[in-house]
Design a protein. Sequence first.
Lengths: 408, 434
Amino acid sequence: MAAIMQGIGAATNLSSSFSFDSKGFQLQSVKSLPERITSSLVVRSDGRVIPTSNLKARNVGGRLVTNAVAAKADGSTTSTASKPGHELLLFEALREGLEEEMDRDPRVCVVGEDVGHYGGSYKVTKDLAPKYGDLRVLDTPIAENSFTGMAVGAAMTGLRPIVEGMNMGFLLLAYNQISNNCGMLHYTSGGQFTIPVVIRGPGGVGRQLGAEHSQRLESYFQSIPGIQMVACSTPYNAKGLMKAAIRSENPVILFEHVLLYNLKERIPDEEYVLSLEEAEMVRPGEHITILTYSRMRYHVMQAAKTLVNKGYDPEVIDIRSLKPFDLHTIGNSVKKTHRVLIVEECMRTGGIGASLTAAINENFHDYLDAPVMCLSSQDVPTPYAGTLEEWTVVQPAQIVTAVEQLCQ
Amino acid sequence: MSSAISAMKILQPLNHPTTAARSPENSLFDPFKSNSSLLGSSCKLRFNSLKPFSSSHRRSSVVAVSNVVKETKLNSNSSMTNLITKEEGLELYEDMVLGRTFEDMCAQMYYRGKMFGFVHLYNGQEAVSTGFIKLLKKEDSVCSTYRDHVHALSKGVSARAVMSELFGKTTGCCRGQGGSMHMFSKEHNLLGGFAFIGEGIPVATGAAFTSKYRREVLKDADCDHVTLAFFGDGTCNNGQFYECLNMAALWKLPIVFVVENNLWAIGMSHLRATSDPEIWKKGPAFGMPGVHVDGMDVLKVREVAKEAIGRARRGEGPTLVECETYRFRGHSLADPDELRDPAEKSHYAARDPIMALKKYMTQNNLASEGELKAIEKKIDELIEEAVEFADASPLPSRSQLLQNVFADPKGFGIGPDGKYRCEDPKFTEGTAHV
């Protein structure tokens, strides 16, 4: 969470140069969105975030204060009175990003099951249907393949739809449309039609949701040419990635995680958009590079606490962009630490970790002092029983062991 | 289905509310009687069931056309009206001849090794494409399948662009990247060209959704764009078809679902694949009118199309139109076409839509043989020129390989050197490895 703290530090510096009184916004509830939006004027012309954390990581020269190792993003370690920004939960951050984009561009619409009147199964679209109407926040029948195809057709003819899969696993039914049409139509039409859709939804292993509701579709989609995939993990990057995905002319699949929706964090009041292709430096370090994304970031940070106590200095990077990989941030890290551990929730076979291992070996082989190690979930349908489920997913203890092994 | 009876069928359902049952005197077959003997049988049975009407068929579709004319005369107050004006007739004739000549040239070029892969020709079905698409505005959209060359031509894509695309040249409508099965044109609102059956129907539904969205959310009051989705009988057993019928009717989208029922899905007879072969019936099940029309008769198709497109434009919702048609060639140029009964083929060959229109126009003094011959000659020259153009066009260079994968090429990501991969010169050369 070091990055978040640093980010807020920088935001404080920036906001003081603006005339609005940041303190005035402290007490406003999350729901009073419009006022906050209209008075925030910070828009990056190149669509990139105040690149505080990333920039510093790239410059590598400056040492960052790393007292916030594995601090939970609930803001409890900081006093809220004088901090700028507002606190919210991850699903609210997603909604905020979505709402800002819908306000900004009337062509942005949402399509999915129960997104309208029900407010979304995970409340990401709560209250949007009364505000924007039933056509802009469209409740669809249960026909994933067709409504995803419908979103593609709408995108080709000028709209910017966001397709919500109630659970990412349901999008397996939409695979025909995602692969053939979403991914390929821009190419097969010789560049004539763009497909600026965002496909998003919760995936990952939850709490005993059973095998079919616990799938990690990022590995299935990664080979589709023409799409980008990003995974959010904090309220800050959830909002930023959501906005970036909506603004992108490419089809983007945004992976959320069922267990992360209630993460709380303080995010800036000013508008910000993150880069879809960049990774996030979570905790700079010297001894080993740990690459992770989504929920495993938290397992890694938990393991990092233990590792720090044992005298290790892990560098933790949340890769965020699952396709394409940010080989620059990753490469710089590998060149510094010479050891890589990948921690992911995907299956072992053909997962994101497998691709990442190949990419690192291909590009940075000379810099490695040890083979790249990849901790993934077992190639097992996620069992219902809690104990079994726990053993299919990578746990912090395993991460600690792996680091110790690699750093011998 | 006899043409005489289908003539009546067109007019009836359109005047009735969508869920009205069909009146007994108009129903062609009693599904229970005909289907019970259909299980496991081949198309022969269907052809045989037509035999009792074959004598009226032998009088050819001109009879059917004149039946419709009679009906129109009855309905209209003027004494002597033709279904079409001379200009309209010539336009329709030219479009159908363009389609036929183009497809014949495709076959020639394929066997000469100028184009490869899967090429699906439209010979025989021209009345459907011409009958529908010639009624559209440029802003209306068309979504097709892999049998899309003629849809592209009818919609306005130049023969040169389509031929070049088939030759895989960079001057093709999709820069040579799509091929026979993926014809696209943003300028003419041709939304594809899809290889998997059924996958174009949701895309068409989306285009119709945009039209409605434009009108109701973006407050573009003039937006009354209609979308046509063309697909075959085989697709009518596919889930996406039903899912889209449901959504289109639910939201009253401005779309017309046009089924080109040519009885065959490669080698699978429609009757062997479908529990209830009457596809038009599936419309009312979803709350939209279902219409059956003789797809070998361009004038009948056009009458039905006018009504269906008009409905959509007025915001009254979708229509399902089943066009009974036939493809004179095999499923694709690789298909030996051995399964179809030669008698069936000759039956439909006698109902060639181009011959029928020619007969109608000359018999009703709308055009002379000479004028029609002149059109044929003009089209021949146009196609020859298109082939020359395609032949002379350059093949795509290596630098085209990585273009158009992403609308925003930043999607290829950031390379180890910190720069976006697309900024690498190897990228523009097409030699970078992605």
